[in-house]
Design a protein around this ligand. Structure first.
Ligand SMILES: [Zn+2]
Length: 399
């Protein structure tokens, strides 16, 4: 199972963050949790095929969480999709989509199966297949909102083939029966118990998507023992009052849910636009729960990195992922004069600056002029600041 955050903003997009949407990749299929504006573009950039979408889950009717839905449906139509699409959302989602499709005079090539959830429910299994199911529970937001848990069903244990052969089992049907947990009787009358041949069932992967809500016990129930919990952390602790007023969580609330649910990994997202550097939110979450990560758009999170790495490849550069010591721009190497490797970049920087200092007489004269002339342009001459937080804990192979 691979989780790819497509949008980690809340309410309004920023220059570097898009409206809420998280993709879950599993066995070639994609499941979308919320579909903010730009979700389909971000899928393309993330290397996820839109034609592979099986289910779309809409948590609630705040526009930022479903504003990308109609555009995505139109794209699927233009791609000549034939497979049925499942849309799960609060009651009214069907009317919303159907009215708009009719308004745009589109006759869809594919069927949409709606699962509408009405207020007042406690727990509903909104999707159920042979291999996985998805459950919804109501959360505590200013409007009706629900959280989801995607749960793979347990996989049968591994068969001890050597032992099976030694007992004389060769038939596929016999293996199937044993794998299903049933005992078989061989032709010579020997009884072979399933548990002698088949190991313990392997637990399926699980993922919980909690957005938007205050702290609530249902979040804990949904996230109980999950591999990955994606929880909103709109505000920092210093704005706890604002979080309570607007029906959102602080990073500590997210950590509290992770702790109580004993999840294996907490990923926080849905950041308020006021945090240009969400590291403050991560620090607060990590003080109470570890491991906790910041959701970074397009950066995949794996439940099994050894098998899943490389399956979903972002089509655009993500700085932390793609930056390798060898991939520095060749320009920098020009200044490397064989000094200590560790400080190479710093040395090159200083040798870069030195000649400028030498002729600084002219520069000094120019600087105050610029400040006096145009205050607003003052910042534009500064180099662009890289604001992605790096911490020693961000080892993405670790989980
Ligand atoms: Zn929201």
């Amino acid at each position: 199972m691979i989780i790819v955050p497509l949008g980690v903003a809340s309410a309004t997009p920023t220059a570097v963050r898009h409206l809420p949407s998280v993709a879950l990749w599993r066995e070639g299929d994609v499941h979308l949790f919320d579909c903010g504006e730009n979700a389909q573009m971000r899928m393309l950039q993330a290397g996820l095929k839109r034609s592979k979408i099986e289910n779309i889950f809409i948590s609630h009717f705040d526009m930022d969480h479903y504003s990308g839905l109609l555009g995505l449906i139109t794209t699927l139509q233009l791609q000549r999709r034939e497979k049925t699409l499942k849309i799960v959302g609060p009651k009214g989602i069907r009317e919303f989509v159907e009215w708009n499709v009719k308004f745009a005079n589109i006759e869809l090539n594919f069927d949409i199966e709606y699962v509408e959830v009405d207020e007042g429910f406690e727990l509903q299994r909104v999707v159920d297949t042979d291999e996985y199911y998805v459950e919804a529970r109501p959360l505590n937001h200013t409007s009706f909102c629900m959280g989801f848990r995607f749960q793979e069903k347990d996989k049968p244990g591994k068969v001890d083939a050597e032992k099976a052969h030694s007992l004389g089992i060769t038939d596929d049907e016999q293996f199937k029966t044993l794998k299903a947990g049933e005992d078989i009787t061989l032709e010579d009358g020997t009884l072979v118990k399933s548990y002698d041949i088949v190991g313990h069932p392997r637990p399926g992967d699980s993922f919980a998507y909690i957005s938007d809500t205050k702290y609530c016990p249902n979040s804990v129930k949904l996230a109980m023992n999950t591999n990955i919990l994606y929880h909103e952390a709109t505000f920092s602790d210093s704005l706890a009052d604002k979080a309570a007023e607007t029906g959102h969580s602080t990073s500590s609330d997210a950590a509290r849910v992770a702790n109580e649910a004993q999840t294996k990994l907490l990923v926080i997202g849905h950041f308020s636009a006021r945090y240009t550097n969400p590291f403050v939110l991560l620090r607060e979450a990590r003080a109470k729960f570890f491991p906790a990560w910041l959701a970074t758009e397009l950066r995949p999170i794996y439940t099994n990195p050894s098998q899943e790495k490389g399956i979903v490849k972002p089509k655009i550069q993500i700085k932390e992922m793609d930056e390798k010591p060898g991939s520095k721009p060749p320009k920098r190497k020009k200044f490397d004069k064989g000094g200590s490797k560790r400080f190479r970049s710093r040395k090159s920087g200083s040798s870069d600056r030195r000649p400028q200092r030498d002729d600084s007489g002219e520069r000094r004269k120019r600087r105050p002029e610029r400040q006096n002339n145009d205050y607003n342009n003052q910042g534009s001459s500064r180099p662009t600041k890289h604001i992605t937080p790096r911490t020693p804990f961000d080892n993405f192979d670790r989980f």
